[in-house]
Design a protein around this ligand. Structure first.
Ligand SMILES: [Zn+2]
Length: 255
């Protein structure tokens, strides 16, 4: 990605790869997942990152008590997206073009912008972390963000077609690799049952902006250890630790 190619829909993607060195002008301060620029220090790195330290609605969280409620189902209408894989320096990410479909929740529509991965899962469920998590990032007409998190669990022999396509086509280093003529069916990245936990949260990377609606699917997606190892070879640990709830409530669907 370079400045000449930035489209409106790429703005969020740019925000999410901030600090990777790909954004040339106004380069944000560096951050990382360990040591002096690691998660415990993000808030000190720059005033623009203050929310990482001071925010009261930070993600990820450990999902513990979550009453079952009559919540609306998430309606997914993902269309095939180009196989266009970016190594941001922080994760493996697929930026999708406008018109790739999205989700509708309780009458609110959010368009898919990009998806990416963390290892291990940033979210915990009653303390437990999973091998990987996919974050599907969406934005509504007002620019508000909703993320669907799909927890990925190691299951012997469970080859996932989306993970295969993405992880078999990583760029050599940081940057983008587009595979002409190939497309990804994102429905294969969703478990069949789509009940969820939901709460108010934030981006899990600097600037840790709040106002993000989170939907963590309750059912995990199986993947074989070889696929997880492919991601781990590039990013063995790119998960922010869980953050305090500060009195937030978490709810879950009945199914
Ligand atoms: Zn993420």
């Amino acid at each position: 990605m370079n400045a000449a190619r930035v489209r409106p829909t790429a703005l969020l993607a740019l925000l999410l790869v901030a600090g990777s060195g790909l954004a040339q002008a106004d380069s944000p301060p560096p951050w990382s997942y360990s040591g002096g620029t690691g998660p415990a220090h993000w808030g000190e790195e720059d005033t623009a990152y203050a929310t990482c330290a001071n925010g009261q609605l930070q993600s990820p969280i450990d999902i513990e008590a979550a009453p079952r409620e009559d919540l609306p189902a998430i309606q997914f209408d993902y269309r095939p997206v180009p196989l266009d894989v970016t190594d941001t320096g922080y994760t493996i990410q697929v930026n999708v073009p406008a018109g790739s479909g999205g989700i509708v929740v309780g009458g609110e529509r959010y368009d898919l912008v990009q998806f990416h991965f963390h290892r291990p899962s940033e979210e915990r469920v009653r303390g437990r972390r999973f091998a990987l998590v996919a974050h599907l990032v969406h934005k509504n007409a007002r620019g508000e963000i909703a993320v669907v998190a799909v927890l990925i669990q190691r299951v012997k022999g469970a080859q996932n077609p989306v993970l295969r396509q993405v992880f078999d086509n990583l760029p050599d280093g940081k940057g983008e690799k587009k595979v002409e003529g190939a497309s990804i069916d994102l429905n294969a990245l969703l478990p069949r049952s789509r009940g969820y936990y939901t709460f108010a949260g934030s981006l899990t990377i600097p600037p840790c902006s709040e106002g993000v609606r989170w939907f963590v699917l309750k059912r995990t997606l199986p993947a074989q250890s070889g696929q997880i190892a492919q991601f781990a070879a590039r990013y063995p640990d790119n998960a922010r630790p869980t953050q305090p709830l500060h009195g937030r409530s978490v709810a879950q669907t009945r199914n």
